[in-house]
Design a protein around this ligand. Structure first.
Ligand SMILES: Cc1cc2nc3c(=O)[nH]c(=O)nc-3n(C[C@H](O)[C@H](O)[C@H](O)COP(=O)(O)O)c2cc1C
Length: 309
């Protein structure tokens, strides 16, 4: 039986549903292409702003046993430098069939629009707005993703300068997640990525008697996030009619299928790649296909959203 793993993500055809999540392998063409060559159906670049950012000093990422806590602080070379690297990535990704998703953030709606305006010249297949980073609150204030109006303003500002496929990345920390999703879809989002990291959280070094991360607090990802992410995808899929990249703690075929059953169109992998390396994409795909074969499921469309009953 031939299993069809292709998915349509906001009008962009992906060879399979697995997506490299933003921030895990940076934005260097070589690593993005490496993820695609090892089985990712789409790759997301590290979030980029108009101006370069150094980010927080180390320590910024810690594996604590049930996932990661991170406060990298959105370090990036700025949109003008990133545009060149992403243009190269776009060209080199073509033979793999994988799509390039360019992640962008700003401190104001206009900041989002200005950065997207520059990055769009690299011709990524999709743009993803990171309105949900919990690690820069002391600098930028509350993430846009926590408030439907603020989230809509950032989306609208980008829509005014960019006509291509647009994803908005949501936060598991939003008290009114569905209201935020409805607001960004009404403002022009073609799809959602759910979710960014949970928290913020904190861990303390007993010897130093201080928080471990230099930023003190950071976002939680990996296995500890997964049940929250699945619930978010389930709620969103029941409320909006746009495709969702279900992201959070996925590290097996079982986890990826769970996201699809919750209603996700595609499935993001971030922390799992940190732990296992680039073999994770092929392994997860094989495990998905094995289960589908056993259950006589020919395509992901057959099971997408089935958990809703
Ligand atoms: C070290 C690290 C850096 C991250 N940087 C970004 C980023 O720049 N932009 C973004 O939208 N998400 C970023 N994320 C969040 C991931 O893309 C993803 O949404 C989250 O980690 C949940 O997925 P996971 O459990 O598979 O890692 C980062 C996550 C980690 C662990």
């Amino acid at each position: 039986m031939a299993i069809d793993m292709r998915v349509d993500l906001a009008g962009v055809s992906l060879p399979n549903p697995l997506v490299l999540a933003s921030g895990i392998w940076g934005s260097v063409a070589g690593t993005l292409v490496r993820a695609a060559s090892n089985g990712a159906g789409a790759v997301t670049s590290k979030s980029c702003s108009l101006a370069p950012r150094i980010g927080h000093p180390n320590p910024t990422v810690l594996h604590w046993g049930h996932g990661f806590i991170n406060a990298v602080g959105l370090s990036n070379p700025g949109a003008h430098v990133q545009r060149q690297e992403l243009a190269r990535a776009h060209e080199e990704l073509a033979p793999t069939g994988a799509a390039l998703i360019a992640s962008v953030f700003g401190d104001t709606p206009q900041g989002f629009a200005d950065a997207v305006h520059v990055i769009a010249e690299a011709e990524p297949e999709l743009v993803e707005l990171n309105i949900s980073c919990p690690n820069v609150e002391s600098e930028f204030g509350r993430p846009f993703a926590l408030d439907p109006d603020a989230a809509a303003r950032a989306t609208e500002a980008v829509r005014a300068v960019y006509a291509g496929p647009l994803l908005v990345k949501l936060s598991p920390n939003a008290p009114e997640l569905v209201a935020v999703a409805r607001a960004v879809v009404a403002a022009g989002a073609d799809g959602l990525t759910a979710v960014n990291t949970l928290g913020p959280g904190m861990l303390i070094d007993l010897e130093a008697r201080r928080p471990i991360l230099s930023n003190r607090v950071g976002g939680i990802s990996g296995p500890a996030l997964r049940p929250v992410a699945v619930r978010c995808v389930f709620e969103l899929a029941g409320a909006v009619a746009v495709p969702i990249i279900g992201t959070g703690g996925v590290s097996s075929g079982h986890d990826a299928l769970e996201m699809i059953m919750a209603g996700a169109t595609a499935v993001g992998i971030g922390s799992g790649l940190y732990c296992e390396g680039d073999g994770i994409f092929r392994r997860v795909l094989e495990e998905m296909e094995q289960w589908m074969e056993q259950e006589a499921v020919d395509s992901l469309d057959e099971i997408r959203g089935c958990a809703h009953g």
